[in-house]
Design a protein around this ligand. Structure first.
Ligand code: ATP
Ligand code: MG
Length: 338
């Protein structure tokens, strides 16, 4: 039986963090066993928000190395850089001609990112979900692992594929979301979701001293002003991380002792650190190793692009044919007419 195809992407906008891992990347790794997976560093998505072209190559390289460091490789999936396969942007144009403007304007991420960079509300930020839809359907992927923040975009993708199929004939499968058990991890500021571009994250490759500093200064339950005040784990980020990293028994202890002021936030944070550091260490080691083996990283992505290009080309040719576009369709027309 042929395996179902999965596609997912991540922006090269900074260091990959625990939110990315537990919201998406962990699922990426799990899926390689039973699906044919294509994973992408989506560099064209990164230019919708402010970036420095001088830093971009290194950020992209580090993102590529990050995917290898967490256990993905050409042996278990296809890894590719979005701009290496131009069909992504070609199909995105077609989809942007199908996407209703009002629906694009209602996208939560468009509103949030517009607020974050009010001086740079570009058309790409608005059409971002059309490019994301293209990334997925250019491979006719059947499933997409995503965090909570991308669910709305995937819904739009499904709307666009249905619309295309209705107007031009059945062609694209309906891509299903695969949600992880941690679809939304909050940032250390306690205000927004953990995010590469907001600087409120714990990197997957964090050095021990930086990790310690970040955790010890993280916002907890802000109503707990003094050590003797009881805390509320339900609204505490550190408790959310305990839920991921600590045993059920320890979670129970932290829950009880926080509510009765039996432990303070510093105690709670130190307990958490004993689990996070050993979790991060092997990722960090492999990531550091790859920094010294750039050829391994480049080769993995070149191989991926080579596998992906023919699939994407076939899809775009199929789209053009169904829409009556391009010289091939025109020459067919003259054959029929003559
Ligand atoms: P940026 O701030 O540049 O948008 P990001 O951290 O939001 O970066 P993306 O590249 O936009 O990361 O998303 C990559 C994947 O990680 C997506 O599937 C997204 O749903 C998931 N993800 C991102 N942040 C979180 C989070 N805090 N919790 C759970 N999943 C997340
Ligand atoms: Mg994001």
């Amino acid at each position: 039986m042929t395996k179902k195809r999965v596609f997912s992407g991540i922006r090269p906008t900074g260091e990959f963090h625990l939110g990315n891992y537990f919201g998406a990347l962990r699922t990426w790794v799990d899926l390689v066993e039973n699906y044919e997976c294509i994973y992408s560093v989506v560099d064209y998505h990164a230019i919708t928000t402010p970036f420095d072209p001088k830093e971009m190559p290194l950020t992209i390289f580090n993102s590529m190395a990050s995917l290898l460091a967490i256990g993905l490789s050409p042996e278990n999936c296809s890894l590719m850089l979005q701009s290496d396969v131009p069909e992504h942007t070609e199909l995105a144009w077609v989809l942007s001609c199908i996407a209703p403007l009002g629906q694009m304007e209602r996208m939560t991420q468009f509103k949030e990112k517009s607020q974050q960079s009010p001086e740079n509300i570009n058309l790409g930020l608005l059409s971002y979900p059309a490019l994301m839809a293209s990334d997925i359907i250019v491979y006719r992927a059947q499933a997409v692992p995503v965090g909570d923040d991308q669910v709305q975009h995937l819904e739009l993708t499904r709307d666009l594929t249905r619309k295309f199929n209705n107007q031009y004939g059945e062609f694209f499968p309906d891509p299903e979301p695969i949600l992880s058990k941690t679809p939304r991890l909050m940032g250390l500021d306690g205000k927004s979701k953990m995010s590469k571009s907001l600087g409120n994250h714990i990197s997957l490759f964090e050095q021990p001293d930086v990790l310690q500093k970040k955790v010890l200064t993280a916002v907890t339950d802000e109503n707990r002003k003094r050590r003797s005040d009881p805390g509320n784990p339900d609204i505490c980020n550190i408790f959310a991380l305990h839920n991921i990293f600590s045993s059920a028994e320890e979670v129970e202890t932290v829950n009880r002792e926080c509510r009765t002021a039996g432990i303070g936030c510093v105690d709670c944070k130190k307990m958490l650190l004993t689990h996070v550091e050993p979790f991060i260490a092997p990722f960090r080691d492999r990531y550091t190793e790859l920094q010294n083996k750039p050829a391994e990283v480049h080769e993995a992505f070149q191989e991926g692009a080579k596998r992906c290009r023919p699939i994407a080309r076939e899809t775009v040719d199929g789209v053009k044919q169904r829409m009556g576009l391009g010289s091939h369709a025109v020459s067919q027309q003259s054959v029929t007419a003559s």
